[in-house]
Every structure is written in structure tokens, then in C-alpha cells.
Write a protein that binds this ligand. Structure first.
Ligand SMILES: [Zn+2]
Length: 431
């Protein structure tokens, strides 16, 4: 075969197969990234056992591999936060049965340590709403534990629910609660969070399915470690564009909830190894295909502690925020069976309509849904500085969230490739 003919055949062949193979590469890279960031060895990307630093170091090495530029000769922007952590073994024993952290129970993230054997004084929602009865129960619980029994919110009026919430918050957080700590028994899914504070008394949230028999007494050895000044970091890199006057910004938080003792790891595959995989896939793409505008990639730390990394960056920007043409926040990118939701879609309607149009033209995701502003992830700090942008999250698929079941092996990445294509096309068409 002449080399000329070979070149023509090769060109036709690659034209036919290349787009498919490129996207398969994107999915393979995303899968590998989610597996690494969501692995047990990264300790749930929290503050026990340096989980945050292991995750940041992985992202930094990927940025370096893609030859991303950095600001002030470092990919890191360090900042400090306080944080309550649970690095040590925990023990909660009821009727001789050791409960499993993460599956049977959670500790309120602001819980201090507590050790001992205690009687449990139970109160029902009806008793809480009856002042005399509640005060009596509270008095008896002094020096022991008080347990709020499960109740169905829909059986109570709005005012009664407010009163119940007020009392539960008093029990959980008020130093004048005379008991040693509070137990919340629940029929709901256990959902954890992070805390920058340590409260005066612990709260143990126990799933009612994990109890055999009655809850009369309980043996506890819970240990927490409050760190006043923990240094953590945002990871930032950029690719220079054809036009350097304006900036496109992609963000995702890489932190998660860490661990509750040595066994319960909150891997955070969907939240937010998936969004970080999208961020890294885009960094890879634009390092190989020069973007129209300067393009900055920010992996934020300490989002789960209250948007602390993004607050720090927007107060200490490394480039002028006023240059940002558009920003996209990826947080929860791992499903898509029911499409995607666009926070700020109704705020930036023109860009939203463009996104819908591209999606229809290229026949990508099953749905692109509009939503207004919402301060529920890192984009919020940019909203407050009037930076235009969307927060996008995937809809449908698995429901694991802020629990020990949000793991890489069950994350489908259903629409990842189409989502990735949609973003690239949207950004490339931005005028
Ligand atoms: Zn998140």
C-alpha cells in the first residue's frame, strides 16, 4: 500500500472512530479518578489521618502532569480552619451489643468525648410537647442520658414541629441540658456532616433498626479530637487561553466528611470525587486543546465545613474575580439518569437557554432542569461577589449521600461522557 493511500485511509478511519474513542478515554479517566479519590486509603478526604492532604496531593500531581500553570509558584492556597475530628476507635454498646459506626449510629459532628455506663431516660414527642412531663423527664435524666424516641413529623402541626425542633436543639447544644448527653432514635436514613465546633455534650443518632429490645442503658466510649487551627488547602491551576483578557473558572470541592473512628469511612464518591473527576477531565482536555479564554481549575478544600475554602479564595483572590466571564461548579456529578439541575439557571437565563439548545442539538442528557439561586455549595461565595456562573448537579440514580454507602463501586457515572461533552461545547461557544 502506498503511503499516500495509507494516509487517506487512516484519515477516514480516524475520523470515524476517534470521537468515540476520545470519550471512552474520558470515562476511563473519570472512573480511575473516582476510584482513587474515593478509596479507603484517602480516609474520606477529611481531617483525621491527613485525608485532605492525601487528596490535595493527588490533584496537585494531576495538575502538574497536565502542565497546568500556577499562581505564586504553587498549586496550593493554604488556609486554616477549626475542626472536630474522630480519629480514634469508638464504642457504643446497647444490651451487650456493640453498634457499628456509620451503619447503626452516627455521632453529631460536634460531639465531645464521653466514657461510662449510663441509664437512658426516653421521651416521646408527645411528652416533649407537654411542658410539665418534659421538665420532669429532664430532671430525672440529670447525670444520665436522655433519648428522644422516633416520631413521625407528619403527625404534628407546623408549630408543634417547630417546638420539637427547638427542644431537640436545646438537648443537643445547650450547656444547661442536665443530662450527660442526648440520643436521637430515628427511622430515617443516617446522614452525617462536618463541624468546626465542639459542643458541650455529645449526641448519638441511632437508627431504630439497630436496636434489639428496649433502650434502658448504654455503655459508651466515644472520643473526639478538636483541632483549633488545622491548615488545609485549595488546589489551583490554569491553562492560558487564546484571549487572555477574560477567565473561565471550573470549580469542585475535593474534601469530604472523613472518618468516624477507624472503621467508618465516608468515601464521598458522588460527593465529590465525581465533580473533581469532571474538573480534572476538563483540565486534561484544555491542556491538550488550547481554550478560547484563560481557564482556571479550582479544587476547593473545607466545603463540607461550611464553604470555608471558597470563602477564603474569594476574599484572597489569586486573579481578579471581575475578569471571570463564567464559572461552573461541579458538585455531585456521578449519576444523571434523570439529567442535570442548573442552579442559577433562571438568574443567567441566556446561558441556560444556550445549554438547553446544545443539549438538544447533540442529543446528550435526558433533561436539563432550571433552578434559581441556592447557597448550597462553593459557587455561592462567587455569587456573593456577582461572578456569573452555574452550579450543576446530576439527578436520579443512587441516593447515597453523606453516608458510608457513597462509594466508588456503586457510583454509576451514567451520563458522565455526555455531561463532559455538553460542558466543553457550552464553554467553547461562549462569546
Ligand atoms: Zn458536595
Amino acid at each position: 500500500m502506498s503511503s499516500h493511500l495509507f494516509k487517506i485511509i487512516f484519515a477516514i478511519f480516524s475520523f470515524l472512530i476517534l470521537p468515540e474513542s476520545i470519550s471512552a478515554q474520558d470515562l476511563k479517566y473519570a472512573r480511575e479518578t473516582v476510584n482513587i479519590l474515593g478509596s479507603d486509603s484517602l480516609k474520606g478526604r477529611g481531617y483525621a489521618h491527613n485525608g485532605d492532604k492525601l487528596a490535595a496531593d493527588f490533584i496537585r500531581r494531576e495538575f502538574k502532569k497536565f502542565c497546568l500553570k500556577n499562581f505564586n509558584s504553587s498549586y496550593y492556597q493554604e488556609f486554616e480552619t477549626s475542626v472536630n475530628t474522630f480519629p480514634d476507635p469508638q464504642s457504643v454498646v446497647i444490651n451487650g451489643k456493640e453498634l457499628e459506626a456509620g451503619k447503626d449510629y452516627l455521632l453529631d459532628p460536634g460531639s465531645p468525648s464521653l466514657k461510662g455506663s449510663f441509664d437512658v431516660i426516653s421521651v416521646t414527642a408527645d411528652e416533649i410537647l407537654d411542658n410539665a412531663k418534659f421538665v420532669n423527664k429532664l430532671r430525672v435524666s440529670s447525670g444520665q442520658l436522655i433519648a428522644v424516641l422516633p416520631f413521625n413529623k407528619s403527625n404534628f402541626s407546623k408549630e408543634q414541629n417547630e417546638q420539637l425542633n427547638g427542644v431537640i436543639n436545646f438537648l443537643k447544644y445547650h450547656p444547661q441540658n442536665p443530662s450527660k448527653g442526648t440520643i436521637i432514635l430515628t427511622n430515617d436514613k443516617l446522614t452525617w456532616a462536618g463541624s468546626v465546633r465542639q459542643h458541650p455534650k455529645p449526641t448519638i443518632i441511632i437508627h431504630s433498626d439497630s436496636l434489639d429490645g428496649s433502650l434502658k442503658s448504654l455503655k459508651l466510649d466515644i472520643k473526639s479530637s478538636f483541632i483549633e487551627k488545622y491548615t488545609t488547602q485549595n488546589v489551583i491551576g490554569f491553562v492560558e487561553g487564546k484571549n487572555t483578557d477574560s477567565t473561565i473558572v471550573f470549580i469542585s470541592h475535593y474534601d469530604h466528611l472523613g472518618m468516624l473512628g477507624p472503621q467508618a469511612i465516608f468515601n464521598g464518591a458522588n460527593d465529590n470525587a465525581s465533580g473533581t473527576a469532571m474538573l480534572l477531565s476538563l483540565a486534561k482536555h484544555y491542556s491538550e486543546n488550547k481554550p478560547n479564554y484563560n481557564t482556571v481549575f479550582i479544587a476547593f478544600g473545607a466545603e463540607e465545613l461550611g464553604l470555608i475554602g471558597s470563602k477564603y479564595l474569594t476574599e484572597n483572590p489569586l486573579f481578579p474575580l471581575s475578569n471571570i466571564k463564567f464559572l461552573i461548579n461541579f458538585d455531585l456529578a456521578g449519576t444523571g439518569d434523570e439529567g442535570i439541575q442548573i442552579v442559577n439557571g433562571s438568574v443567567y437565563r441566556e446561558q441556560f437557554d444556550e445549554l438547553v439548545q446544545i443539549n438538544e442539538e447533540l442529543d446528550l442528557l435526558p433533561n436539563v432542569k432550571i433552578r434559581g439561586a441556592a447557597c448550597n455549595s462553593d459557587h455561592c461565595m462567587f455569587d456573593q461577589k456577582n461572578v456569573p456562573g452555574f452550579y450543576i448537579y446530576t439527578l436520579g440514580g443512587i441516593q447515597a449521600y453523606h453516608d458510608v454507602y457513597d462509594r466508588p463501586e456503586t457510583l454509576p457515572l451514567t451520563e458522565f461522557e455526555d455531561y463532559h461533552k455538553l460542558i466543553i461545547e457550552f464553554i467553547d461557544r461562549l462569546k
